[in-house]
Design a protein around this ligand. Structure first.
Ligand SMILES: [Zn+2]
Length: 136
C-alpha cells in the first residue's frame, strides 16, 4: 500500500482519523499527531501516515522521552511497514530521535545526537547523561 507524503494539516487529519482522535496508547483524547521518528530525520519532513500516531499529552511526553518505544507506538497504530528516513534499516531498532538501540539496550549516536531539543528531552529521561549515552 502506498504511503504518500502529506503536508502538515493533511498529516494531522489523517493520523487523527485513523486513530479516531484517541490516544493509541491509553485511549484518552488525543491532542498531538506525533511523529514516531522525528521529522528532522527525514529530508522531506516525514509527514507520512505510517510515521504518525495520535497521542494524549502524557503519552506524548513518554514517546518524546523514548520511554515509550517506537515499536510500541507503531504496534498500537498497527503500522507494519513504516516510512523510514534515508539510511535507516527496517531491521534495526531506533529511538524517536534516530539513535540506534542495540540488543543490550545501549544506543549509538544518530544524526540528531547534537540536536538541542533531542538532547534536552533525553537528558530529562535520564537516557543522556554527562552529555553522552554514558559511553564513547
Ligand atoms: Zn495516552
Amino acid at each position: 500500500m502506498s504511503d504518500p507524503l502529506l503536508d502538515r494539516p493533511a498529516f494531522k487529519a489523517a493520523v487523527f482519523a485513523r486513530d479516531n482522535h484517541a490516544c493509541v496508547i491509553c485511549g484518552a483524547p488525543a491532542d498531538a499527531a506525533h511523529h514516531i521518528l522525528e521529522r528532522k530525520l527525514f529530508r522531506d519532513g516525514g509527514y507520512y501516515l505510517s510515521n504518525g500516531a495520535s497521542l494524549c499529552p502524557d503519552c506524548h511526553y513518554e514517546a518524546e522521552k523514548t520511554t515509550l518505544s517506537v515499536e510500541e507506538v507503531r504496534a498500537a497504530c498497527r503500522i507494519d511497514n513504516p516510512a523510514l528516513p534515508p539510511g535507516f534499516s527496517a531491521k534495526a531498532a531506533y529511538d524517536k530521535w534516530g539513535n540506534e538501540i542495540h540488543s543490550d539496550g545501549t544506543r549509538s549516536r544518530g544524526p540528531l545526537f547534537n540536536d538541542p531539543g533531542a538532547r534536552k528531552i533525553l537528558a530529562e529521561a535520564g537516557i543522556l547523561y554527562d552529555g553522552t549515552f554514558g559511553f564513547g
